[in-house]
Ligand binder design. Structure first.
Ligand code: ZN
Ligand code: ZN
Length: 650
């Protein structure tokens, strides 16, 4: 008998050679039906592979990342099997699972090329093969066997891969007539794959090298149920409509220019206003929580980042350093604000009475990203963090951490993020080499975070081994209106930088002590946050944040003068208003402005201009009737106050 340890630490005995599938069955038939793969001692295995000795295991279902990976990797093989049967002689490159499905790089025989129209035929073949319920069988083979097999098939791509492998490590997976060189793991058979959509075709150089020949990459996604595929495709459609790059353009928020450079967003007036509103909001909240704003330069001496360790960490992947022409000084674009803030802390002696010091900066940082990795505002090369560092004594840590959480929730409320997950990332106690600082400090910091989350009643997931090397952290992942998860702000406890920068304060005992640092950025970065906000709201920002809150639409030119009078009045009352006095029909003006997501449309015709009123339409709510501009102002203020009541109640 062997001992199997489950994730909850419970232990059961099973005969030697038991498989993951059999273990699942011993728990429940339901689980045996849902299980897709199994982690055995930190390695993901096929469910049909026998376990030879005592082991720690975790069974994976669809909801687990590992479960999906297995499902999609098997789907990639299924696609290859379908292609081979439709186009005998096809050569196969690599076919992994990815975040949203799978792909396979293929080369059809005799220079044939696949087109989008061929995808349906392949899908149908895949479904037909899946229904055959062919077992997927793992076999360890020698290098010579493997080479012989793929040489015979004439697949020089696979042969090239095998040449690089060490004998004794090679496995083959076979289903039906199809065999593939593969590490696995795979599903026990093809039948769980019930719904398939091949999404697109792209060119891909063999091994990512443009000197090599171009293969055809086919992307696909698959599910255990048709309904799940339908929902996924609807989501994709909706996500396309909400793409922040598309809406950002329609709303005139930001743009990119090849002349300026890739990954460097340019904020248009309306986008700049949006950022200013967000920044002012956070500044107000932070002021109430005792933060002070600082400003630091966009570059810093390389020496600074060598002290902080960022040079060692980012040096390779950053922009090259800049040398001064005469003095031989060497500067780096700022990858992080923290070192600068440490120097501000050090600018004068600190006493325990000064603590906590809460230093905030909307600091722009620059990090090199490969051009292929850049994406709208979510992956850029220059971005502004809503950064702050709290320097505190150990006994203040918990209280300070709590206050940061409060700030995060004020933001979530004001921006209508209702669905979120919090993750506590702790160190891996079995891998203490990876972390700096004493175990006592780590215990204290971790305990502080855990207690704070409990006291706050947060619903948290705890993950061991995900901490930063300098301290544990708390991450916030929000779910947007489409159910997609976005990582936003983090709060991190740091013992490392105070050490590296030799930060001190004089305690009540007149001795020198080391402060603890908290790094926090509730938005993450302004760029990323705006992107998430656009995709979450589809551009319909809450009223307090809309760069344009109202647009006045005169029915004809005759009302333009009156419209201007109302405009001046509203802007004087701090309602961000514009006039659409284009020579267009009113129906057209309404439609155009609805597309821009301006919350209020104020229509003025003959009657309104003679009575001194406006006819009010609220986006999403329709006609709100006719009212005096004063009354409209009152209404807008009330709506804003309601949305920002968390802030005003502070
Ligand atoms: Zn494979
Ligand atoms: Zn920091």
């Amino acid at each position: 008998m062997i001992k199997i340890t489950f994730p909850d630490k419970s232990i059961r005995e099973y005969p030697e050679g038991i498989t993951g599938l059999e273990i699942a069955r011993s728990i429940s038939n339901r689980l045996a039906k849902d299980v897709l793969s199994v982690t055995v001692n930190d390695e993901v295995w096929d469910l049909t592979r026998g376990i030879g000795g005592d082991a720690k295991i975790k069974l994976h279902i669809w909801d687990d990342r590992e479960g999906k990976e297995t499902f999609w990797h098997s789907s990639a093989h299924l696609m290859a099997e379908a292609i081979e049967s439709l186009y005998p002689g096809t050569r196969f490159g690599i076919g992994p699972s990815i975040d949203t499905g799978f792909y396979y790089d293929v080369e059809l025989p005799d220079g044939q090329q696949l087109a989008e129209k061929d995808l349906e035929k392949i899908e149908n073949k895949m479904l037909e093969l899946a229904r055959q319920k062919n077992p997927i069988v793992r076999r360890e083979i020698t290098k010579n066997e493997a080479l012989a097999l793929f040489k015979e098939k004439g697949d020089d791509l696979k042969t090239e891969l095998i040449e690089e492998l060490e004998d004794g490590t090679i496995t083959l997976y076979k289903q039906g007539q199809f065999a593939d060189l593969c590490r696995g793991p795979h599903l026990p058979d093809t039948s769980p794959v019930k719904a398939i959509k091949l999404m697109s075709i792209a060119g891909a150089y063999w091994r990512g090298d443009e000197k090599n020949r171009m293969l055809t990459r086919i992307y696909g996604v698959s599910f255990p149920k048709q309904k799940m595929l339908d929902e996924y495709l609807t989501l994709i459609e909706e996500a396309k409509k909400r793409d922040h790059r598309k809406i950002g353009k329609e709303m005139d928020l930001f743009t990119f220019s090849e002349s300026v450079g890739q990954g460097l967003p340019l904020w248009m007036p309306k986008g700049a206003l949006l950022r200013e509103l967000l920044e002012n909001f956070l500044k107000k909240v932070q002021k109430k929580y005792g933060y002070e704003q600082v400003i630091t330069p966009h570059i810093g001496d390389v020496k600074l980042y060598k002290i902080s360790g960022h040079y060692q960490k980012y040096g390779q992947d950053s922009f090259r350093t800049i040398k001064t022409p005469a003095e031989g000084e060497e500067y780096m674009l700022k990858p992080m604000n923290c070192p600068h803030h440490c120097e501000i802390y050090k600018a004068r002696p600190r006493s325990y009475k000064d603590l906590p010091i809460r230093m905030a900066e909307f600091g722009t940082v620059y990090r090199y990203e490969q051009s292929g990795e850049l994406h709208g505002l979510t992956r850029v090369r220059g971005f502004t963090q809503d950064d702050a560092h709290i320097f505190c004594s150990p006994d203040q840590l918990k209280e300070e951490f709590k206050k940061v959480i409060d700030i995060v929730f004020i933001i979530f409320k004001a921006l209508q993020f209702e669905d979120y997950v919090t993750q506590i990332s702790l160190r891996d106690p079995e891998d203490s080499e990876k972390y700096i600082g004493t175990p006592e400090n780590w215990d204290k910091a971790e305990q502080a975070i855990i207690e704070v989350c409990e006291e706050k009643g947060l619903n948290t997931v705890t993950v061991k081994g995900e901490a930063a090397f300098y301290g544990p952290k708390l991450d916030f992942m929000i779910k947007d209106a489409l159910g997609r998860s976005w990582q936003l702000g983090t709060i991190q406890v740091d013992y490392n930088l105070p050490e590296r920068f030799n930060l001190e304060y004089t305690g009540a005992d007149n001795k020198k002590h080391r402060p603890i640092m908290i790094h926090r950025a509730p938005f993450g970065s302004m760029e990323r946050f705006v992107a998430v906000l656009i995709e979450h709201t589809a551009g319909k920002f809450p009223l307090w944040l809309a760069p344009e809150q109202a647009v006045i639409l005169p029915i004809s030119e005759k009302m333009n003068d009156y419209a201007k009078k109302v405009l001046i009045f509203l802007n004087n009352c701090d309602i961000r208003t514009v006039v659409d006095d284009r020579n267009e029909k009113i129906g057209r003006k309404i439609r155009d402005n609805e597309l821009k997501h301006t919350p209020y449309l104020l229509i003025v015709g003959e009657k309104e201009s003679s009575e001194g009123t406006v006819s009010v339409r609220r986006q999403g709510l329709g006609d709100q009737g006719v009212m005096k501009p004063e009354e409209f102002v009152k209404r807008v203020k009330e709506e804003e106050n309601e949305q920002l009541k968390e802030l005003t109640n502070l």
